[in-house]
Design a protein around this ligand. Structure first.
Ligand SMILES: NC(=O)c1ccc[n+]([C@@H]2O[C@H](COP(=O)([O-])OP(=O)(O)OC[C@H]3O[C@@H](n4cnc5c(N)ncnc54)[C@H](OP(=O)(O)O)[C@@H]3O)[C@@H](O)[C@H]2O)c1
Length: 238
């Protein structure tokens, strides 16, 4: 199955892996609708995608706004959700209110997108959620993201047998060099990435296009559903 001529909604398409996915879809002849909260980020992303791109300001944590967004979009083929942010911190220290906000963003944002997006999808459509290696490889200070990622992976398997024949899959990235790390100084980022490069079997940090490539596979392989595709450079092996 080709992505050529298909309409793809990318929540989180203004940055990082979502933007790389939007670019890859358009390069292959598809049309993208990218959504996120910040108009300026969307504008700059649309300039990078260049053609066949529409932008929508949307907060994925706002259930009503997500519902209205899909009413506006109408029929489309594939849904990709990489939209998320949130706080992390030690389990005993992170206030429950902040943990809930992270859940609102990464769990409920993707849940609303699937719930209100699936009924608008054409035959042969797919949903791709985004989680991360923390569901299988816990790291100190990231318990809430581990729980969210595990929850989304279970949700994908469960709804794959409810929204069928629409396929539902998950891409689970390892460490990928995206604007997510802009809160670190350049020096801190290089130090962190270099320490990982030494450990990882592939001896590189992921790039957004590595994840976009995996998402394209999940969108186009008609026999793949209920799957978690790990794209982490072998991080779980070391
Ligand atoms: N980078 C990594 O190493 C890594 C590793 C494992 C998993 N992940 C996961 O991969 C996904 C993508 O991450 P990334 O690295 O590509 O991050 P990114 O570059 O920061 O992109 C995140 C995107 O989500 C949008 N967004 C955030 N909250 C939103 C909301 N409530 N509603 C709508 N849009 C929202 C952001 O735009 P606005 O700010 O304009 O809303 C942005 O476009 C995330 O789920 C992240 O947890 C990342």
């Amino acid at each position: 199955m080709s992505i050529c001529g298909k309409k793809v909604v990318v929540l989180g398409g203004s940055s990082g892996m979502g933007l790389a996915t939007a670019q890859a879809v358009v390069e292959q002849g598809g049309h993208v609708m990218i959504a996120s909260r910040t108009e300026q980020k969307l504008k700059s992303a649309a300039d990078k995608v260049k053609k066949n791109v529409e932008t929508y300001v949307l907060d994925a944590t706002d259930e009503k706004a997500v519902q209205e967004f899909f009413d506006k979009v109408g029929n489309f083929d594939h849904l990709v959700s990489t939209a998320a942010d949130g706080l992390t911190g030690d389990f005993l220290e992170l206030p429950v209110s902040e943990a809930r906000k992270t859940f609102e963003s990464k769990f409920w944002g993707q849940y609303y997108a699937a719930k209100y997006g699936a009924p608008c999808m054409n035959q042969g459509g797919s949903i791709t959620f985004c989680t991360g290696l923390l569901s299988r490889r816990p790291m100190h200070g990231y318990s809430i993201l581990s729980a969210i990622n595990g929850g989304i992976e279970a949700l994908a398997r469960a709804i794959a047998i409810e929204v069928n024949p629409i396929r539902v899959n998950v891409v689970s990235p390892g460490i990928v060099d995206t604007p997510l790390y802009e809160n670190l100084s350049t020096e801190e980022r290089i130090k962190y990435f270099n320490s990982l490069i030494k450990k990882l079997p592939v001896q590189k940090i992921g790039k957004s296009y590595d994840i976009a490539h995996a998402i394209l596979y999940l969108m186009t392989n008609e026999f793949t559903t209920g799957t978690v595709l790990e794209v982490n450079g072998g991080h779980l092996l070391v």
